[in-house]
Design a protein around this ligand. Structure first.
Ligand SMILES: NC(=O)c1ccc[n+]([C@@H]2O[C@H](COP(=O)([O-])OP(=O)(O)OC[C@H]3O[C@@H](n4cnc5c(N)ncnc54)[C@H](OP(=O)(O)O)[C@@H]3O)[C@@H](O)[C@H]2O)c1
Length: 340
């Protein structure tokens, strides 16, 4: 990739995304010369393994980024808002997973399969934003269809795993499942209602327009990443009792008709996508196939019978990997290769 190696800070290292970040850096052989692991005071002294060696987590401070060239951030929006500028000031380019900077016009919002050139925009503030997990996987699938036939409208419904809500989301599904199977009582903490053996069509902060924050992220971020500010897009986001990987039923209206076979061929050749589509053999994209994979799985590809130039398809990806850590490390790879 490059003969140089880099001092990398992972901020939010003990979280669901941060831990996956270490795994992805290792899996992809990112050239790390030194690793700085940062989290809150609560985790100070915690040991995490990287390439077979234990590394100690330190408390995040404004001075923690001295000498670092790349900062992979996932400590949540308010912490990113406060500390990413300190990192940038110290010459450490930040790739931030939170929503803090995504819609800032001076911060690029990047999915490497869609708009890799936008990485150059890091020069303005020293920060690059990683999009929302549900947005990333949908954008990867929409881009090749848009290039081939022009997108007019997108309708998406999501089935989002509990790890999208971090370590506390994972713990809540685990605890409730065990409690229910053992006929014990419990009180929901992370989600507003029981998530085990249930679905939640909400739980994200509501917007005044009737959508919620997650749905508005999908709308606004997709428009920015694809450079289509006027794209018609509507979303309904649902939390489901799955530990890892988000699923999405997507319906698109195109400028030009594509047959299901044509769409399948276009998607098969597109970067970052695995077409998993043989319904007669029960071969579909499913969370259990996507968890641990870096690819976006697309299947159930069919022509929409209700319109002239429309398609339906199902998109599944690991929200902690392509939806967060893998996308961030891919951005770091572009930085390392072309910008640092
Ligand atoms: N989960 C996903 O699928 C996903 C996907 C895309 C983006 N994101 C975004 O990534 C961010 C993290 O998500 P997550 O799922 O990894 O959450 P998480 O499991 O709750 O982890 C949060 C991390 O942030 C650290 N942290 C919290 N407060 C801090 C503070 N004051 N100073 C320093 N570190 C602090 C935590 O450290 P302690 O362990 O010490 O508390 C932990 O390492 C969020 O902004 C989320 O929206 C998540």
């Amino acid at each position: 990739m490059t003969s140089r190696s880099f001092k990398v800070a992972v901020c939010g290292a003990t979280g669901a995304v941060g831990r996956e970040m270490l795994a992805v850096l290792e899996d992809r052989g990112f050239p790390v010369s030194e690793l700085v692991l940062l989290a809150s005071e609560r985790s100070e002294g915690t040991k995490l393994e990287f390439r077979g060696e234990e590394h100690t987590v330190r408390k995040l401070t404004a001075g923690a980024f001295r000498g670092c060239q790349i900062g992979l951030f996932s400590p949540g929006a308010s912490v990113s808002r406060e500390y990413a500028p300190h990192a940038a000031q110290a010459g450490c380019v930040v790739v931030d997973n939170s929503s803090a900077f995504r819609l800032d016009p001076d911060v690029p919002l990047v999915v490497p399969e869609v708009n890799p050139g936008a990485v150059a925009g890091h020069k303005k503030k020293g920060i690059i934003a990683n999009p929302n997990c549900s947005t990333i996987q949908m954008a990867v699938a929409l881009k090749p269809l848009h290039d081939a036939a022009g997108l007019k409208r997108v309708v998406v419904s999501t089935y989002q795993s509990v790890s999208g809500a971090g370590q506390k989301g994972i713990a809540e599904l685990e605890e409730q499942t065990v409690a229910i199977l053992n006929q014990r009582d419990f009180t929901p903490r992370k989600f507003p209602h029981r998530i085990a053996f249930n679905l939640l069509p909400g739980g994200w902060p509501p917007s005044p327009n009737g959508y919620n924050e997650e749905e508005m992220k999908m709308i606004n971020e997709t428009r920015k990443i694809m450079g289509l500010p006027g794209l018609a897009l509507t979303a309904t986001c649902v939390r489901v009792p799955v530990f890892v990987a988000h699923s999405e039923a997507v319906n698109v209206t195109l400028e030009k008709k594509l047959s299901a076979d044509e769409a399948r061929e276009i998607l098969r050749k597109a970067p970052g996508i695995k077409v998993v589509d043989a319904p007669q053999d029960h071969v579909w994209p499913m969370p259990m196939l996507a968890a641990g994979d870096d690819a976006v799985l697309v299947g159930r590809i069919r022509e929409d019978l209700s319109q002239e130039a429309g398609l339906d398809f199902f998109v599944v990806a690991d929200n902690l990997r392509k939806g967060a850590a893998t996308n961030a490390v891919q951005i770091a790879e572009i930085l390392a290769r072309e910008h640092l």
